[in-house]
Every structure is written in structure tokens, then in C-alpha cells.
Design a protein around this ligand. Structure first.
Ligand code: KG4
Ligand code: ZN
Length: 402
């Protein structure tokens, strides 16, 4: 079956078409026919973060070109327009009531194009930025209504977990995956989840304030680095690691070198919650007390320490949960999962403390928001009969995982 996956929950307009053979969680073959992502990073860079109404406007602009490209790449684009009746036009008007620009673009698309058979639509309905979610949902509704295709509403966090099944033969073969501990770390979320099975997910802990990715982004802003902060801080931290290697010094020396260390918030707390907002505050005051830290030469060491503080907390809590619940595997997901040091440290820790547990993380392209993970989440929800008629789909910016 061919599944169209759409995500507009934040600042990426992502549409993917994934072909999957199999049923009841058993995937025989999976092929990503197209995975198009239009990033708004350049626009939000100016402000150092995402503004929901600005992001919504961009989604309205981008959805049709991204959809067209995805169809073209999948060889599903038909260069023959679709005539619509007056009644259909009325319903489209209702669907696009709050997305005027998208409505115009959609009608223009219909004049010249349509597409070959798509079997199912997966659309992210939350959690995410409400105005952005609605634009994606309304687009999915229009496609569903005109194309008579059922929709599965998808939870964005779940989709981040399912990103692990994309282009990863190992996890597809794995028979003993559950119980698993999933850690979803993104710009909006830090959630530790116990997965007893595909439909049995329970949140063990989450952030009480800033998400891990948000912490990377806010620290980057303090340090004068561009948005999104995660990749920038990782780049700088690598510089520090490299210079340490060159000097044949152990990387652990770094805090001695400058007597610079940051707290590991909540690392010894008994629960599985996180708190990252104190980290940026601690850094802010360290720089205020010691203005020489503003010197660019200290940027790599500061970034290394920030990154390490976040990593230490994430790993410590995840390993603790994996031990408590006897996890067979640890699964990462979300934008921060693209961080190489995080993955490296996780592997080392798991080898040492949980040698029987398997470790999975998505390919970097599938860590950040993408439509393919949404398509896959829709596939995995098929046995639970979650498909709906287009008019029953609504956004839920605070959607919970269970
Ligand atoms: O999953 P995602 O694309 O969007 C949300 O659902 O929030 O995650 C974006 C977040 C940003 O905060 C970004 O700074 C962070 O992921 N990120 C990283 C890396 N790449 C992206 N954080 C640390 N290291 C990275 N390499
Ligand atoms: Zn995300």
C-alpha cells in the first residue's frame, strides 16, 4: 500500500510517500518513494526561534509545491487537472476557511494536476503548534475528501519513535524488541516512554520546562550561534574534542582546563522527569560572573560542556528506566537524536551496563521532522482501526501519547 505522510507540526513542511508491504506490524518491504522537506530554518533564524503564525504562513505557501514534488518523485503525478463540482467546491471552501492562501494554491493545482492511487493518509494532529497543525490537517482533509482516501490521525511523538523503522533492516528483523524504552528528544519534547508493545505506550517521565532541543537552541542564542542550536553546538563541541585529541589530552580534562562545569539537572532524582531550563540560566550567570568566557576561543569548550550536561542526564535516566523495566531495547527519536556524541555515549553505556539490550536510533535524515515517519505511524496504527473520515480530524496541540 502507498501511504502519504504529512507533518506541519513545527517549522518543516514535510510530505512523504511510503510504499509498505505487510500487515499487522510485520513489514515485508518498505520503500520510501519520496521524502520532501521544506525547512523554514532560514526564516526563523532571524528571530532565533519559531513563531507559530509565521510558520503557518510558510506551510500555506509550501504545501502544494512540496506535495507536487513528492508526487513527481514517486511517479504518481498526473498532469491532468481534476474537475470539481459545485458541491465539492463548497466543501473545499469550508475546509480551507482559515487557510486562504493554501486554498488558492490548491485550486490552482487542481487545474493542472492530480495523482494516481494513494491508499491512506497519515497526518500529524499533535502535539505541535496549533496554527501549523491545522494547516497540514486542512490540506490532508482536502486530499482525503476529493481523493476518497481514509486518514489516520498521527501522534507526532509516536512518529518520532517509528522513524527507527525507516531504512533500518535490523529493527525490521528484530523479534524481541519489547519491552523497550524510547527516548524522544526534540525541540518541543523530552519524553521517556515505556513501550510494552506497539499500542502499549506509557510516559515514564518528561520535561518540566524546556525540552532538550529547546535547551540547545536557547544556549546557542546566549552564545550568539544561529538557530537551530543543536547542530551548531555539536559542531563547536567537536572542535573542542578534536583539539583535545591533538594535544593528546583526555577529554575529561576539559573542566580542569577552565574550571568550567555546568549542573546535570535532576540527574539524581528518583523520578524520570527532566528539567533543562536551569542549564541555560547557569550558563548565563557563569558568563556574567566571568566575562572572559565571552572570548570566542572558549566557545568550543562551553559547547562541549553544555552538550555533555544534556547527554549525561538523558543517558542516566534512560538507562535507569531500562534497568527497572527489563528493557530488551532502547530506542531514540527526535531532532536531538541526530547528535553523534549522544549516540556514541549511549552505545558505550549500554555495552557496559546493559550488554544484552539493543540500541536503535533513526538515520539523521529521519531524526528531525519528516513525513515518512508519519506514514509509518499510520501503518502501525492500522490494526487498531484508527482511520477516520476527513471531517472527523481535529488538531490537538497537547496530544498525549496514550
Ligand atoms: O524533531 P525536531 O525536528 O522538531 C521538533 O519536533 O521539535 O527537532 C528539532 C530540534 C531542535 O531543537 C534542534 O536544535 C535539535 O532538534 N537538533 C539537535 C541536533 N540536530 C537537531 N540537537 C542536538 N544535536 C544535533 N545534532
Ligand atoms: Zn518533531
Amino acid at each position: 500500500m502507498k501511504i502519504l505522510g504529512i507533518d506541519t507540526s513545527c517549522d518543516e513542511t514535510s510530505i512523504s510517500i511510503v510504499e509498505i508491504r505487510g500487515k499487522n506490524f510485520q513489514i515485508k518491504k518498505i520503500k520510501i518513494l519520496a521524502n520532501i522537506i521544506s525547512s523554514q530554518v532560514k526564516i526563523h533564524k532571524k528571530y532565533g526561534g519559531v513563531f507559530p503564525f509565521l510558520a503557518k504562513r510558510e506551510h500555506q505557501k509550501n504545501l502544494i509545491p512540496v506535495f507536487k514534488e513528492a508526487l513527481k518523485e514517486s511517479f504518481l503525478l498526473e498532469t491532468k487537472g481534476k474537475k470539481i463540482t459545485e458541491k465539492e467546491s463548497e466543501i473545499l471552501k469550508k475546509i480551507f476557511k482559515k487557510d486562504e492562501e493554501l486554498s488558492k494554491n490548491f485550486l490552482k493545482f487542481l487545474e493542472n494536476y492530480w495523482f494516481k492511487k494513494i491508499d491512506l493518509i497519515g497526518i500529524t494532529i499533535g502535539p505541535g503548534l496549533e496554527p501549523c497543525l491545522w494547516t497540514g490537517i486542512n490540506f490532508a482533509k482536502a486530499i482525503s475528501f476529493l481523493g476518497k482516501i481514509k486518514i489516520t490521525p498521527v501522534n507526532h511523538i509516536k512518529a518520532h519513535i517509528y522513524a527507527n523503522w525507516l531504512e533500518n533492516k535490523e529493527i525490521l528483523k528484530e523479534k524481541n524488541l519489547f519491552p523497550a524504552i524510547a527516548l524522544v528528544v526534540s525541540g518541543g519534547h523530552t519524553e521517556l516512554i515505556l513501550m510494552k508493545d506497539f499500542n502499549k505506550l506509557k510516559i515514564l517521565g518528561q520535561t518540566r520546562d524546556d525540552a532538550a532541543g529547546e535547551c540547545f537552541d536557547k544556549v546557542a542564542r546566549i552564545l550568539g550561534l544561529p538557530y537551530p542550536g543543536g547542530p551548531e553546538i555539536e559542531k563547536m563541541a567537536k572542535k573542542f574534542e578534536l583539539s583535545n585529541l591533538k594535544e593528546k589530552k583526555l577529554s575529561q580534562d576539559y573542566s580542569l582546563k577552565l574550571n568550567f562545569s555546568l549542573p546535570r539537572p535532576m540527574i539524581y532524582h528518583k523520578n524520570y522527569d527532566f528539567s533543562f531550563s536551569g542549564l541555560k540560566t547557569a550558563l548565563f550567570y557563569k558568563i556574567k560572573e566571568n566575562p572572559k568566557l565571552k572570548n570566542k576561543k572558549y566557545l568550543p569548550i562551553i559547547c562541549f560542556e553544555v552538550q555533555q550536561a544534556i547527554i549525561d542526564v538523558l543517558i542516566s535516566k534512560t538507562i535507569k528506566a531500562a534497568k527497572e523495566f527489563g528493557a530488551n531495547s532502547i530506542i531514540l527519536g527526535g531532532g536531538v537524536a541526530a547528535n553523534e556524541k549522544l549516540k556514541r555515549d549511549f552505545k558505550l553505556k549500554i555495552e557496559k551496563e546493559l550488554p544484552k539490550a539493543k540500541f536503535f536510533s533513526p538515520l539523521p535524515i529521519f531524526c528531525t521532522d519528516n513525513g515518512a515517519m508519519v506514514a509509518l505511524a499510520a501503518f502501525f496504527d492500522l490494526p487498531f482501526k484508527k482511520t477516520k473520515k476527513y471531517d472527523k480530524i481535529i488538531a490537538n496541540p497537547n496530544l498525549k501519547i496514550c
